[in-house]
Design a protein around this ligand. Structure first.
Ligand code: TPP
Ligand code: MG
Length: 797
């Protein structure tokens, strides 16, 4: 138990945090000039409901190794706490939600105060903590933790946030992996954005968490309440509280002491001792008693957290709270976006003992001497180890990645071969790679890697088929040294585990190079989690295969159309779609390096932000293609990484250039061969990354607009010598907009071929014909934009 002095300082700090967070929002909305006339917002009520829990955690319970995802709307409380630690500045708080100010929702990358996990899209930060604890176990199992203590991965969860399905997907996956050291603290204020939540939800939560092997700690009655229940008549009060509907409790909280008295006496009056229990309290005392729910009671919170520290089982704390706790808008069902009015603020400021003009003073209005609070703050365990964002040394990447020289292969097979070669090598890079897939390990060609490197589990599990000597292609053995994390079919989980693995250097100081595989169309299933992972600057490689209508017989439900545009538009993700395996090897080699870079200036050659580093998306195919027999020169490798190279350079009088991406390479090559008799000097451009080609071009234009007249991007150099009258036909097994912008680079007339509508079952030939992305389709397009004599090989189709 914390001693009385510790508690009274904590209580004061809790009050200070509530003050500062409420003031931060008030300042942003009422005092800072807002030219747009737009409400800045800030969620005073949502913040307030977590002020006690966050104060207990940060000022007393947390240790430096613990990591926390704070519910998005409690951002002002988080920033206020860091401000008291000296890790957040007054300028940023004054500029809360402003340009370069403290962020609306805690952000690892944009905030300066050591945010552990970004939050914003509800549900994702919650799952992130579970997978971070899985990664902590992985780091430990591989012997990299040394004697560092294990941290708790903690999430502050809104009760309405619990509606997000990805939380339940994570729970199930966590159970399979024997998750430990994870605390989810549900802020049970019984309010969502729009309304008051369903009655009895807590019982569903309790049963659910227990079902998945979690401890459940319900923090409903605070210590004042518990003491009152022990008074004569106290049991009756307890029964009344426990059967009070959520709506009524909220409404009475909002109305205050007099309303509590009236209602309680109406219901419990003339019943002997309980009446006296109520009557002997002033209105103020009664309101304090009724607001003393577990989530606002420091002794109960400290006690519960302390007990949970004694073991490593996952714990769900169901903490009853009041939305808007301590504020005049407490409990009102419309308070989500509500804000104290200037006159309410003025009155409340007086009660807090904060003099006008001293609102940002850290020690203003505290009832404990400043020196004592300062001593307390500097001894807080959480801040004893300095900055919390670690770095890890870069793992060297070999000069070349090997693969067998098969005359024909698909890029998906090539990916499997490259990993297999790494798996059987003793290259240090291989020991830092971890693969993961949502039940598509075998079908995305990870089998050979897994056979050699094994599956990861905290406890070993033999492959019964192997033990029984039943022949099988795959060795499915789990052990703590395994390097593949097998997931159930949930792409959300895939991206969140990649996010956690891809932050290992920053969270645990140990570099991991994660590779996740999935079928390309199912990127959409996890797109928000992918965006979240990138927003946090996690570093990973996704290998999406198969893709497009090229997986013809699988039909329209498995064929992806828009994913190349996802790859282009997603910040923090460099995407590639190679056609040949030698290209893939160059890209993967670069990717392992790129995933580890941290900051720097744009490359003057391509204008890409390569030094900044990021994650990588490879869109691969199962289509078996004849492989070019060629030497990989440094120039060619450079071009492949920059996004394109000439397979056939157009001559000075070129009439047509065909630019293709990915699996349609044979169609583009065939079309160019057939057209060569009827159009002069045809060019064939192989595009390995529409994303990087486009990004370099945009950046070079921006640079020129800023006065750097010599800035020139890769695509500008490639197309610069192509005569202006030349037509450009682009082709991709994906949405044609992916390459359509190329016509604007030098003003070439362009026709972009691709897939715009859902496909169906058929052969590759059938579907390429149907969508006009076969050789005939390319020739027909070329004839229209590059007129001349009729193309002899164009058949009427
Ligand atoms: C994925 C997603 N959908 C919708 C929102 C908008 N939104 C923000 S908070 C919120 C409800 C919050 O309720 P709760 O989790 O109970 O937190 P409280 O406000 O009660 O603290 C919603 C719908 C969001 N941030 N993320
Ligand atoms: Mg809520």
């Amino acid at each position: 138990m914390a001693d009385a002095r510790h508690l009274s300082i904590l209580k004061e700090l809790e009050r200070k945090v509530l003050w500062l967070s409420t003031w931060t929002i008030h300042n942003a909305n009422h005092l800072r000039a807002n030219e747009d006339g737009m409400k800045i917002g800030g969620h005073q009520a949502s913040s307030a409901s977590l002020s006690t829990i966050l104060a207990a955690l940060y000022f007393s319970v947390l240790r430096p190794e613990d990591r926390v995802a704070v519910k998005p709307h409690a951002s002002p409380v988080y920033h206020a706490i860091q401000y008291l630690f000296g890790r957040q500045t007054r300028e940023k708080l004054e500029n809360f939600r402003g340009y370069k100010g403290a962020q609306s929702y805690p952000s690892r990358t944009k905030d300066i105060d050591d945010v552990d996990f970004s939050t914003g899209s509800v549900g994702l930060g919650v799952a992130q903590t579970l997978f971070a604890s899985l990664v902590q176990d992985y780091v430990k199992a591989h012997g990299w933790m040394k004697d560092a203590p294990e941290g708790r991965m903690i999430s502050l969860v809104g009760d309405a946030e619990m509606d997000e399905g990805n939380i339940f997907e994570a729970l199930l996956e966590g159970w399979k992996h024997g998750i430990r050291n994870t605390w989810w603290i549900i802020d049970y204020n019984r309010q969502s954005l729009d309304a008051v939540i369903r009655e009895g939800l807590w019982q569903r939560f309790e049963a659910l968490f227990r079902n998945f092997g979690w401890d459940v700690v319900v923090l409903k009655h605070g210590s004042l309440m518990q003491a009152a229940f022990k008074e004569p008549g106290g049991e009756k009060l307890r029964d009344w509280i426990d059967s009070c509907p959520n709506q009524l409790y909220s409404a009475l909280t909002y109305q205050g002491g007099a309303a509590w008295r009236k209602r309680l006496l109406d219901d419990l009056g003339d019943q002997g001792p309980v009446t006296r229990l109520i009557e002997k309290r002033s209105d103020e005392e009664l309101a304090e008693l009724m607001a003393n729910l577990g989530g606002h009671d420091l002794p109960s919170l400290l006690d519960a957290f302390e007990k949970a520290r004694q073991h490593d089982r996952p714990v769900c704390f169901l903490a009853y709270t009041i939305k808007g706790f301590g504020l005049p808008l407490a409990g009102h069902k419309d308070n989500h976006s509500g804000m104290l009015t200037p006159s309410q603020m003025e009155a409340w400021q007086k009660t807090q003992g904060v003099r006008p003009g001293h609102e940002w003073d850290k020690f203003e209005g505290l009832k404990v001497p400043q020196a004592e609070v300062e001593r307390f703050l500097s001894a807080v365990p959480f801040i004893q180890k300095g900055t919390r964002c670690y770095t890890a040394p870069q793992v060297p990447v070999p000069e070349k990645l090997a693969f067998p020289a098969n005359p024909a292969m698909s890029t998906q097979q090539g990916f499997g071969f490259i990993l297999n070669e790494l798996a059987r090598s003793d290259n240090p890079l291989a020991s830092r790679i971890v693969t993961t897939a949502p039940d598509v390990t075998v079908s995305t060609n990870l089998g050979a890697w897994v056979n050699r490197r094994g599956l990861y589990a905290r406890e070993s599990l033999v492959d019964t088929f192997k033990k029984e000597r039943i022949p099988s292609t795959y060795n499915w053995e789990f052990s703590p040294s395994g390097q593949h994390i097998e997931l159930g079919i949930a792409e959300m989980n895939l991206f969140i585990v990649l996010s956690a693995l891809g932050l290992s250097h920053s969270l645990f100081g140990e570099r991991i190079l994660p590779i996740g595989t999935l079928y390309d169309p199912f990127i959409y299933r996890g797109a928000d989690a992918l965006n979240y992972a990138c927003y946090q600057d996690a570093r990973f490689m996704i290998v999406a295969t198969p893709s497009g209508v090229t997986l013809a017989p699988e039909g329209g439900a498995h064929q992806s159309i828009g994913t190349p545009l996802v790859g282009m538009a997603q910040d923090g993700l460099a995407s590639f779609e190679p056609a040949f395996v030698d290209e893939l090897a160059v890209i993967m080699r670069w990717a392992f390096d790129y995933m580890q870079r941290e900051g720097g200036e744009p490359d003057e050659r391509t204008w890409l932000r390569d030094e900044t580093g990021g994650s990588v998306y490879l869109r691969l195919s199962t289509r078996n293609l004849e492989q070019p027999q060629r030497e990989m020169t440094p120039e060619l490798a450079d071009d492949i990484r920059a996004g394109a190279y000439w397979l056939r350079k157009p001559g000075p009088n070129a009439q047509v250039v065909v630019a293709y991406t990915g699996a349609v390479a044979p169609e583009a090559i065939e079309a160019v061969g057939l057209m060569a008799e009827d159009r002069r000097d045809i060019g064939l451009l192989a595009i390995t990354s529409a994303d990087r080609l486009n990004a370099g071009w945009t950046a070079a234009q921006r640079a020129r607009e800023r006065g750097l007249v010599h800035a020139r991007s890769h695509v500008e150099r490639l197309l610069g010598d192509v005569p202006p009258h030349c037509g450009l036909v682009t082709v991709i097994d994906g949405h044609p907009a992916t390459l359509a912008w190329m016509g604007s680079v030098m003003g070439h007339r362009t026709r972009s071929l691709g897939v715009e509508h859902f496909g169906q079952t058929g052969t590759v030939k059938d579907l390429y014909r149907h969508f006009g992305i076969d050789a005939q389709g390319i020739i027909a397009a070329a004839e229209m934009i590059a007129p001349g004599r009729p193309m002899r090989h164009l058949r009427a189709v």
